[in-house]
Design a protein around this ligand. Structure first.
Ligand SMILES: NC(=O)c1ccc[n+]([C@@H]2O[C@H](COP(=O)([O-])OP(=O)(O)OC[C@H]3O[C@@H](n4cnc5c(N)ncnc54)[C@H](OP(=O)(O)O)[C@@H]3O)[C@@H](O)[C@H]2O)c1
Length: 287
């Protein structure tokens, strides 16, 4: 299977990696309400056909503690043999009984990384992200574990998720950080300061829940401002929301989630949508 469509690419922060300007968040393929495996694989293949070359996953994208690595195994199966895609995974979150918990202990992160390498069926992970700081573990110790994994050659690049500017700056004293994955969308700008710092440093910013999350993604068109711009361009409100994110910074790499092929096919085309300055201002005023 070859990519049928080419999408604009962006550099992943200070790395030499070029990835599609719109990536795919793979969480909906593995958590509660997930599709059957054949459908999930079809969705990943649809992403490839539409030019997506960047996939975000995590060991914790699964149902519970008995299913850890489900999303990584799915990607490994769907993308077997492909060298032209970049997979970013995460460690530091656990799923006891289906709940979301944090574990940033170095021993856990090292074991999690080994398990991710196995699940992804790779010798090395291109981008390994700390899923979230653990309030019970000094942040430096969690980042230190990732730095050690990098020195051991198990991961190429280190990324962070759910961090503040202070945590980003602290992590940078321990190792080179290439990306930050925080929540950002039309209605959530709580990480605007982190994006600003990423821009100062040339670090990639991966906004998660870029469509306002799985449960609200389809409601974007209820806002008149979004619906009007979408109808002017003859595109979906979701595409407008992603194009707006892309307009904010050259370091921006949105990772919209999708369980259906149609969703990622539509979202990926946001990389080709140019909004006017007026439209960007209107959308920016929504936050
Ligand atoms: N680091 C973290 O703590 C963290 C937290 C949350 C998420 N994430 C990552 O970020 C990714 C994205 O976030 P998210 O999944 O929470 O929320 P999201 O991307 O805001 O929304 C995902 C939902 O949007 C729907 N969708 C996608 N494109 C669409 C389109 N063009 N038209 C209509 N609906 C569309 C999908 O529906 P269908 O399912 O029906 O296709 C999907 O369920 C996740 O998959 C995960 O990789 C990271």
């Amino acid at each position: 299977m070859n990519a049928k469509q080419q999408l604009p690419v962006r550099k992943l922060g200070p790395t030499s990696l070029q990835v599609s300007a719109i990536g795919m968040g793979c969480m909906p393929l593995s958590i509660q309400g997930r599709p059957p495996e054949d459908d999930a694989i079809r969705t990943i293949h649809a992403a490839i056909e539409h030019g997506v070359t960047f996939f975000d996953t995590a060991d914790a994208y699964c149902l519970d503690e008995h299913d850890v690595g489900h999303n990584e195994r799915l990607l490994a199966k769907a993308l077997a043999g492909r060298q032209d895609v970049t997979i970013a995974t995460k460690g530091g979150t656990t799923r006891p009984g289906g709940e979301w918990k944090r574990n940033g202990r170095p021993s856990h992160l090292k074991a999690a990384c080994e398990a991710s390498l196995k699940a992804l069926n790779r010798d090395v992970i291109e981008l390994y992200q700390l899923h979230a700081p653990d309030p019970d573990v000094p942040f430096e110790e969690s980042v230190g574990a990732l730095a050690e994994l990098q020195r051991e050659g198990k991961i190429v690049h280190v990324g962070l998720s759910n961090v503040s500017v202070a945590q980003l700056d602290l992590a940078r004293t321990i190792c080179s950080i290439v990306s930050v994955q925080n929540r950002m969308n039309l209605f959530d700008r709580s990480s605007a300061d982190v994006l600003k710092r990423c821009d100062e440093l040339g670090i990639a910013f991966l906004p998660y829940s870029p469509l306002n999350g799985m449960s609200k993604a389809r409601e974007l068109g209820r806002r008149d401002e979004v619906a009007d711009i979408a109808s002017r361009h003859g595109v979906s409100p979701q595409r407008v929301a992603l194009a707006w994110l892309l307009s904010l910074s050259p370091n921006m790499l949105p990772i919209p989630g999708a369980s259906k092929s149609e969703s990622i096919a539509d979202s990926s085309a946001a990389a080709l949508l140019r909004l006017s300055e007026d439209e960007i201002d209107t959308l920016s005023a929504l936050g």
